[in-house]
Design a protein around this ligand. Structure first.
Ligand code: GTQ
Length: 346
């Protein structure tokens, strides 16, 4: 038998030799490759809108929406530097569009969602229909659909962009192209998709064309009314308060195949139970003051702040007043792969 020192030396030399053949020994990496539980590089973080609003508006003096194509400040997770990612699989950014500007039409395999943060009078066009954006509205841009943004109003408009950019990068399946004109033609009146698909009705003989919801804009006013009414029907969930998923009404499944999106109401005084789940989640505060504990971190939040909960870190929510949260994650992908987990903690 070799002495341990010799064994270590022999192994080190061996690793060097096999390295020349592009081989590495699994036994040195076993617990990293097959961990007992998730070890996300992603860390908890909160972006205070109070701190980032002014640099965001300043970007409007440095570059036009036309030149930038999308004038966005990326919310990059401090644990994932250089990745442009807020979680391992997801991207988040704050997009600014000034009065009179157009963000030119393009399409890509990445799916996008928007949550309107502030300002009135801008629109997003998706597949021939424009929708006017209001604070708190949730809008989606399915994979490979033409989309452009414009602001014919008279104030700056800001929204949170959520995209599955890191996920698509992981799969190496990113494609994109520009529309031949700056804006796509309007072929349907505003409100057409919501009337056609968002009234518990579907067109006779409807056949789905893509995996995402044909309702591409979910007004906050509607979701809020539902969430308020829910309180009369029973107590809030111990962890989530009143939490509802944005769905594709033609399937009952998530509004987008790669990103789940939710809106929830925490009634004033809510002090939630601890919970953890494997989908790293981006949370945006639409209304209300409250706080969140994530692992050993604790953040106080106010409207328009955005925070991120990494995979499998215990979290707990509390509300000082009625709070409305928007959130998104890759849960539909994990569920499709049968690897999603949630645990409610004491
Ligand atoms: O609006 O199409 O934040 O393509 C990043 C990439 C927004 C968009 C982003 C994009 C978009």
């Amino acid at each position: 038998m070799n002495r341990p020192v010799d064994a270590r030396l022999d192994r080190a030399r061996y690793y060097e030799r096999i390295g020349e053949h592009k081989l590495t020994p699994l036994w040195e990496l076993m617990s990293a490759l097959v961990p007992e539980s998730p070890r996300p590089a992603c860390v908890p973080h909160l972006w205070r809108y109070r701190d980032i609003r002014s640099p965001l508006l300043e970007s409007g003096t440095l570059i036009t929406a036309r030149e930038a194509v999308r004038r966005v400040l990326i919310l990059e997770n401090p644990g994932l530097p250089g990745s442009s990612a807020i979680t391992q699989s997801l991207y988040a950014g704050l997009q600014l569009i000034l009065p009179g500007e157009v963000a030119p039409s393009h399409r890509h395999t990445q799916t996008a969602l928007r949550l309107i943060v502030e300002g009135e009078g801008a629109y997003t066009a998706v597949d021939g229909e424009r929708v006017t954006m209001h604070a708190g509205d949730f809008i989606l841009t399915p994979s490979w659909t033409w989309h452009d943004h414009g602001n014919p109003g008279d104030e700056p408009v800001v929204w949170l962009d959520g995209l599955d950019i890191p996920l698509v990068r992981f799969f190496d399946c990113g494609f994109a192209e520009n529309y031949p004109a700056e804006t796509q033609p309007v072929t349907r009146p505003e409100g057409d998709a919501l009337a056609r698909f968002g009234a518990n009705l579907l067109p006779v003989d409807f056949k789905p064309t893509h995996g995402a919801s044909p309702v591409f804009a979910y007004p906050f006013a509607r979701s809020q009314e539902a969430l308020v009414r829910l309180a009369a029907g029973g107590p809030p969930d111990a962890c989530h308060g009143y939490k509802m998923q944005f769905v594709n009404p033609t399937t009952g499944g998530p509004a987008m195949p790669t990103m789940g999106a939710w809106i929830q109401r925490l009634p004033q005084g809510f002090a939630g139970a601890r919970c953890r789940n494997t989908d790293g989640t981006v949370v945006h505060v639409i209304e209300g003051h409250g706080s969140v504990e994530i692992g050993t971190a604790r953040f106080v939040f106010v409207p328009k702040d955005t925070f991120v909960i990494p995979s499998w870190q215990p979290w707990r929510l509390a509300a000082d007043e009625d709070v409305y949260l928007f959130s998104y994650s890759d849960r539909p992908v994990q569920e499709a792969l049968r690897i999603w987990r949630e645990e409610r903690l004491a």
